[in-house]
Design a protein around this ligand. Structure first.
Ligand SMILES: CC(C)(COP(=O)(O)OP(=O)(O)OC[C@H]1O[C@@H](n2cnc3c(N)ncnc32)[C@H](O)[C@@H]1OP(=O)(O)O)[C@@H](O)C(=O)NCCC(=O)NCCS
Length: 144
C-alpha cells in the first residue's frame, strides 16, 4: 500500500540505503523536504515501511520555464529490492503529478540506478557527473 508520509518517516531508509548507514537518520533531512508543494510517498507492507520517495517543485536546469517536480531520496529496503516496489512508487507519483498538470518529473539518478529509471521511461539529459561522497550520476527525466 502506498500512502503519503512525513519527511521524518523517510530518514531511517535514507540513512540505511542511500547513505549506507554512515549518516545518522536525524541528519538525513533535505533542504527541500518542507518546501510548499513537497510530498513524500511510502510503500508499506503490514505497517512496515519498505520504500520511500520524495518530491518537490524544482525546474529543470535546461528548461527553467517548464513546470517540473524533482524526485529525491528514492530507496527500497535491502531485502525488498527488485520486487517491483520502486516501480509502484514511481508510477503512483507519475499519476499524481499528471493529475496536477505537472510537465516533467526529473532526478539526479545514481549511475547504479540508471537502468531502473530507463525501465520507468526516464531519459538521460546530462553528461555523467560526480556528487561528492555519493558517486556518479546522470540527470534523468520523464515527460508527464
Ligand atoms: C533503485 C531502486 C529504488 C529501485 O527500486 P526496486 O524496487 O528495487 O526496483 P523494481 O523492482 O521496482 O524495478 C523495476 C524495474 O527496473 C529494473 N531494475 C531495477 N533496478 C535495476 C538495476 N540496478 N539494473 C537493471 N534493472 C533494474 C527491474 O528489473 C524492473 O524491471 P521490470 O519492470 O522489467 O521487471 C532500489 O533498487 C534501491 O533502493 N536501490 C538502492 C538505492 C538507490 O540507488 N536509489 C536510487 C537513487 S537515484
Amino acid at each position: 500500500m502506498i500512502q503519503e508520509i512525513s519527511s521524518e518517516q523517510t530518514y531511517p531508509l535514507r540513512s540505511e540505503i542511500l547513505r549506507w548507514g554512515k549518516v545518522p537518520p536525524e541528519q538525513c533531512a533535505n533542504p527541500e523536504d518542507a518546501l510548499p508543494g513537497s510530498f513524500h510517498l511510502g510503500y508499506f507492507e503490514e505497517k512496515e515501511l519498505l520504500g520511500i520517495a520524495s518530491f518537490h517543485i524544482e525546474s529543470m536546469p535546461d528548461m527553467p520555464n517548464v513546470s517540473a517536480y524533482r524526485l529525491r531520496g528514492m530507496a527500497v529496503a535491502k531485502n525488498y529490492q527488485n520486487k517491483g516496489i520502486g516501480k509502484k512508487l514511481v508510477q503512483h507519483a507519475i499519476a499524481l503529478l499528471k493529475s496536477k498538470n505537472v510537465g516533467y518529473l526529473w532526478c539526479n539518478a545514481r549511475t547504479s540506478a540508471k537502468y531502473f529509471y530507463e525501465k520507468m521511461n526516464f531519459e538521460i539529459f546530462s553528461e555523467e557527473f560526480e556528487i561528492p561522497n555519493i558517486g556518479p550520476h546522470y540527470r534523468m527525466r520523464i515527460k508527464l
